[in-house]
Design a binder for this molecule. Structure first.
Ligand SMILES: [Zn+2]
Length: 461
């Protein structure tokens, strides 16, 4: 959050950026600000060196904003369609583009997808239509997320596929249900009867005495705050995301791959609901999920209907390459996962408007940060950095960009009318050499639109 407003002006063709003292003090090495050689507390002028700093690459708009009298539906969907057109593999495209998902033939494709390891001790098994995920826990047990349709699926698919991967079904110590539709919780009763898992988790609003199974944890479906949940020694984030059903629950799952932690965003429901009230819940849940995806740095996504977020394509890619030993197609990176959930939110806002024409919500605009210059001066420990921020239509002025190194040195600058921010990082460790710099644009709320955050990273020269 900015605490004061930067001012920007041009003079004789030279870019002058005046940043408030509050913002600029973040530029001080080591966070103390004491090493800043320009301790003018009121305003510090940073004059860009036009000889040393390159010009930005030409800005190419991807589209023209719709006119003000376009419908809310079209304004949201314009953004979603541009995002898909440029990122064909992002999560959540199908039910965004196809509100009538019931006609999707993939929903009836019962082709078995053999059990496939996606991360260390984390598997998918099921059919093209619907599947389930298996997570090995620190206790040596396994948690099953969703259970497919019925006892027949448990007998014919779940159990033999687990055994094929060397997983003893009797070690099933927890069941987690994304939502109470029969293609997700239909196998719970059979699994409980066979293996007596200690824990079964379901959203409270999707659970009732009429269910043929007993839940031990009912996630409060009225509280959208994320909660840590520990099942059989495995701790992950659960979050009520009502909308698809009242009790839909979503998850952020920490996993490992080749010694590094990754986080999977697991949306518990997919198809949009029919009523305006449920569509509003769906929108708020999509926004909450985007927030968690961003806060926790989710860099992969899954869905029980694996075609919905295109994770089935990644699962097939893993099968084709014979496993995840050489590379992992599941890992898409934080930017792409955030874009996917931002797109889901755009579609949700559009769908809500279709059900309630009084539902006006700001358009969420994905942005791009281009850190196109980072020049290190080894003699004085400074790095001159410059980035441009834009959305699909134009550069963004009046935004805030934070430039920082892994060592914690940073500077903060506002974007000018060309979307350009520049400042000088002063290193606390002189002579450390050029650092890897990250430029992060902070989310910027306007009256009718939200410019979403973005970042870029490059090695200083
Ligand atoms: Zn469902």
């Amino acid at each position: 959050m900015k605490t004061s407003s930067p001012t920007i002006r041009r003079s004789a063709g030279v870019l002058l950026t005046t940043v408030s003292a509050t913002a600029l003090y973040a530029c001080g090495g080591g966070g103390g600000g004491g090493s800043d050689p320009s301790p003018n507390a009121q305003a510090v002028q940073l004059k860009s060196d036009s000889n040393a700093m390159p010009n930005p690459p030409a800005f190419v708009p991807l589209a023209t904003p719709l006119s003000a009298d376009a419908t809310e539906y079209d304004k949201h969907m314009q953004i979603a369609r541009i995002s898909w057109a440029n990122n064909n593999d992002i999560t959540a495209p199908y039910w965004c583009a196809n509100p009538g998902q019931g006609s999707n033939p993939l929903l009836r494709d019962r082709t078995v997808v053999p059990i496939t390891e996606l991360f260390d001790g984390f598997y998918f098994v099921g059919t093209i239509s619907v599947g389930q995920y298996v997570m090995k826990t620190p206790d040596g047990g396994y948690v099953l997320f969703d259970t497919m349709n019925n006892a027949t699926d448990v007998r014919d698919i779940t159990v033999p596929q687990l055994q094929a991967a060397g997983i003893e079904p009797s070690k099933l110590s927890g069941i987690v249900v994304t939502h109470g539709h029969g293609d997700h919780d239909g196998g719970v009763a059979e699994l409980q009867a066979r293996y007596h898992p200690a824990t079964t988790v379901v959203g409270s609003a999707d659970y009732s005495a009429s269910k043929p199974y007993s839940a031990t944890v009912a996630v409060d479906s009225t509280n959208l705050a994320p909660i840590p949940l520990t099942v059989a020694g495995a701790t992950f984030t659960a979050m009520a995301t009502p909308g698809h059903t009242p009790g839909t629950t979503s998850f952020i799952l920490p996993v490992t791959y080749q010694g590094k932690q990754h986080k999977i965003a697991y949306l518990g429901g997919s198809a949009f609901p029919g009523t305006a009230a449920a569509a509003l819940q769906y929108l708020r849940s999509a926004e909450a999920m985007y927030g968690q995806v961003k806060e926790q740095g989710a860099d992969a996504s899954i869905n029980s209907h694996s075609f919905e977020d295109k994770s089935i394509d990644r699962i097939h890619a893993i099968q084709a390459q014979g496993g995840i030993a050489s590379s992992n197609p599941m890992i898409q990176g934080t930017a792409k996962i955030q874009l996917g959930f931002a797109t889901l939110r755009s579609c949700s806002a559009a769908q809500l408007y279709n059900r309630d024409a009084t539902a006006i919500n700001p358009v969420w605009r994905p942005t791009r940060t281009e850190l196109y210059a980072a020049l290190s001066n080894g003699n004085d420990g400074t790095t001159h950095v410059r980035a441009r921020v834009s959305d699909y239509f134009s550069p963004i002025s009046g935004g805030t960009v934070t430039f920082k190194t892994a060592a914690g040195d940073s500077c903060v600058a506002a974007t000018d009318e060309e979307g350009i921010a520049n400042c000088v990082i002063r290193s606390s460790a002189k002579g450390a050499g050029p650092a890897v710099v990250t430029a992060e644009f902070s989310e910027l709320a306007r009256a009718d639109a939200v410019e979403l955050s973005s970042f870029d990273t490059r090695q200083a020269q």
